[in-house]
Design a protein around this ligand. Structure first.
Ligand SMILES: *Cc1c(COP(=O)(O)O)cnc(C)c1O
Length: 374
């Protein structure tokens, strides 16, 4: 049996009629850039997020640095985040001209550990940039409190957790802005690249809207800006998929629960942790081998048996080529949790359109490896 890592075409087939109808509407309207479909999707996405504003942009990386720029964050400023995330979190800080400062992640959630943040704050610190890693919210209440005490901005990297919630908070509620990615492999994915910023701050909304469109909010008038727009064809796909995102996340949770139940007695790896009261949307289902030398062993075993497991992210940001890229990025304090996470993580196949047989086959193969090690 082959268990794929992604189900893009299965997902398309499930809601093909709705996606095709929306795309046809755009194609026949003749309005493909900044047209009515983009406006419609922005409205729908703001409503879904529970925020006042949503701005479609070219991708998730742009969403982040356009917000940094709108907040006036640039050279000489520092943003605090983690190293065990997709590269783009730090890349966006770098593009803005600012300096990334890394602290350790929480041992169980792998999101930024709020207890490590204050030691990294300097007079240059401008923002905290928590990542809702693998589909679970970081501890936003604690992060918000630290930010308020030190008068810092909070920008959420929500590329992985659309639809996730914390205990009594939603993404975009306790921050200045939350930035998301709609690249195909994310929980809400278009057929290509896309991204969005959600915010309750009218000024951030105004400035990001302007920046994404050549610094223009009035025809023929420009201040500095960029070109980073969400195309109407992508908005069409996303508008159709948004209607199903809660069901799709529920399916991810169903498969996660099945994996966890099937794997709970295994000895040689740990399972994903869900913070009590949180709603994890399992963008990824990540287990960690108890020894780093076992990671490639298990990954190879699964791949050899047809289970397309992968690693997210086996090379942490501070281990990437060229680090710290000329802007003095630095790590504050030891980061054993981020290092362990990078060294031991394996992502099992996780997408809404998996079948019970595929999930059970994955469990069977992971357990076969586990018995072989013990
Ligand atoms: C995917 C991702 C991004 C970047 O999104 P793009 O749309 O690929 O630019 C940023 N941060 C995290 C955590 C991501 O997973």
């Amino acid at each position: 049996m082959q268990v794929p890592f992604y189900g893009h075409v299965r997902q398309y087939r499930n809601i093909q009629a709705e996606i095709d109808a929306n795309m046809k509407e755009v194609l026949e309207s003749g309005q493909y850039v900044m047209g009515p479909m983009l406006k419609r999707f922005e409205k729908e996405f703001a409503a879904y997020s529970g925020t006042k504003h949503a701005i479609g942009v070219g991708n998730g990386t742009d969403a982040l640095w356009l917000v940094f720029m709108a907040l006036g964050i640039g050279p000489g400023d520092e943003c605090i985040t983690t190293t065990n995330t997709f590269f783009a979190t730090a890349e966006a800080i770098w593009i803005a001209g600012a300096t990334a400062v890394f602290v350790d992640s929480d041992a169980r959630t792998n999101c930024i550990d709020p207890a490590k943040i204050e030691a990294a704050i300097t007079p240059r610190t401008k923002a905290l940039v928590p990542v809702h890693l693998y589909g679970q919210c970081a501890d936003m209440k604690a992060i918000r409190e630290i930010a308020a005490k030190h008068k810092l901005f909070v920008v959420e990297d929500n590329a992985q957790a659309i639809g996730a919630r914390g205990d009594g908070f939603r993404i975009g509620e306790l921050s200045d802005a939350a930035c998301t990615s709609f690249i195909i492999q994310k929980n809400l994915g278009t057929f290509g690249d896309g991204g969005a910023v959600v915010t309750n701050n009218a000024e951030i909304d105004r400035v990001v809207r302007k920046l994404r469109n050549h610094g223009s909010d009035k025809r023929s008038c420009h201040s500095y800006g960029f070109n980073s727009r969400l195309d109407d064809l992508h908005a069409a796909v996303l508008s159709a998929k948004l209607k199903h995102i809660d069901e799709m996340n529920a399916m991810r949770r169903k498969w996660a629960a099945r994996l966890t139940a099937g794997l709970k007695d295994a000895k040689n790896f740990t399972l994903p942790y869900e913070t009590p009261g949180y709603y994890h949307v399992f963008h990824l289902y990540v287990i960690e081998t108890r020894k780093p030398e076992w990671r490639d062993q298990l990954l190879g075993f699964l791949n050899d048996h047809g289970v397309d497991a992968k690693c997210h992210y086996n090379i942490a940001i501070h281990q990437q080529e060229g680090y710290p890229w000329g802007k003095g990025a630095r790590i504050v304090g030891p980061i054993p949790n981020s290092e362990r996470n990078a060294g031991c993580c394996i992502s099992l196949p996780m997408f809404p359109e998996l079948t019970e047989q595929e999930v059970d086959y994955t469990i069977e193969k992971v357990l076969a490896w586990d018995r072989q090690v013990s």
